[in-house]
Design a protein around this ligand. Sequence first.
Ligand SMILES: Nc1ncnc2c1ncn2[C@@H]1O[C@H](COP(=O)(O)OP(=O)(O)O)[C@@H](O)[C@H]1O
Ligand SMILES: [Mg+2]
Length: 247
Amino acid sequence: MELDGLTMRFGERTVSRDIHLTLDPGRVLAIVGPSGCGKTTLLRAVAGLIQPAVGTVRIDGQAVTRTPEGVAMVFQHFGLFPWKTVEANVAYALRVSGVPKKAALERARELIRLVGLVGFEKSYPHQLSGGMQQRTGLARALAVRPRLLLMDEPFGALDAQTREVLQFEMLRIWQDHPVTMLFVTHSIDEAVLFGDQIAVLNGRPSGIAELIDVSLPQPRDRSVLATAEFLAIRERVWNLIMTGQRD
Ligand SMILES: Nc1ncnc2c1ncn2[C@@H]1O[C@H](COP(=O)(O)OP(=O)(O)O)[C@@H](O)[C@H]1O
Ligand SMILES: [Mg+2]
């Protein structure tokens, strides 16, 4: 994925300016920045849901003008169909892309196992905790074997403990099923934990303050939280974000 000089505007208001970023296959790019700096707006442009005022989004060299094939998204507020069961939610994108019902359900059950929801196949979203709803969202996104996974603060709506559990579980899942991932978050810890690279957004309109390589070894688990490198990068990101804050 390539963002080539993206400027995002709503009416007269410029949200972000001149964003250049590249994400190579199999890698994870984390974008971190304060609330309101334009992270979701950038993701929506990558997903082809809105068009940049200036610049181009490319995926596999193709300019994105509408939602590209093979791009899946996990939203902060789950975005599940309330009238569909867990397995129907997970199978949905497969069905839409023409996978026969039986095969789609089989694949859905595989993913339900992967995210630890066995026994809840027939439950509806309102019968699930926030964490379980997000596991469902994750299973749905992974079910299509996306070539690019867009994560928009996927753990942001969860309580602190559930968030931590899901973060480390997602790391485990990603290690077993690597997928190219653009991971947007306002959590610095999360950015360092997941990113091979971190793009720090700050300012108004926002721009990339710095692109940081995270050389923490993979696979990562809880133990990286206590390493000197984790803490050093965390501190660096924090300072960059604070430098850009005016209120
Ligand atoms: N559809 C929209 N119309 C007008 N302004 C918007 C729209 N979506 C987002 N914005 C504004 O753009 C800015 C960036 O929003 P957003 O991308 O959601 O930030 P973030 O995800 O980093 O919190 C915010 O000031 C927000 O109010
Ligand atoms: Mg957002």
